[in-house]
Design a protein around this ligand. Structure first.
Ligand SMILES: [Zn+2]
Length: 146
């Protein structure tokens, strides 16, 4: 669209300059076209760079996620290494969940499902990855499950 507009602008400038004899019209329109091209270029760069530079979620959302893990992680011992990242329209969340080493895979999976459901309610369209670990991997920091 920018190409079409700038071509029309150049054409109009030349024709008007020829018809009216006002030679200033040509460079004046050329300047306008140049500014339009710069502006649309800037918009394109802004959009592309924004999509490439992943950002973490806001402090509010992070706090919400921490609370959901803490309140819905019954049976687990703690969660740590929580990371979040926004890429385009998607939000990615991953963390380690420490459970008793003797817990069955089925039980650990149930806890993960519960936490995932709770986080998804507050952050729609979120993609969550949970790495389950036995208790000797506990860091005794991060999120304590209440
Ligand atoms: Zn860990």
């Amino acid at each position: 669209m920018t190409d079409v507009l700038s071509s029309i602008g150049v054409l109009v400038g030349v024709v008007l300059a020829l018809l009216t004899g006002w030679h200033i019209l040509d460079p004046a329109l050329a300047l306008l076209v140049g500014l339009t091209v710069l502006w649309s270029g800037w918009e394109l760069v802004k959009e592309s760079v924004g999509g490439l530079m992943d950002e973490a979620v806001s402090a509010d959302v992070l706090e919400k996620i921490r609370i959901q893990i803490s309140e819905h992680g019954e049976g687990a011992l703690e969660a740590h290494d929580l990371r979040t990242r926004i890429a385009g329209r998607s939000t990615f969340v991953d963390f380690h969940l420490v459970v008793p080493g003797t817990m069955s895979v089925e039980s650990a999976h149930e806890i993960c499902d519960r936490i995932e459901e709770a986080i998804t309610e507050g952050v729609p369209g979120v993609h969550i990855t949970i790495h389950v670990e036995p208790e000797y991997k506990a860091k005794h920091s991060g999120i304590v499950v209440v």
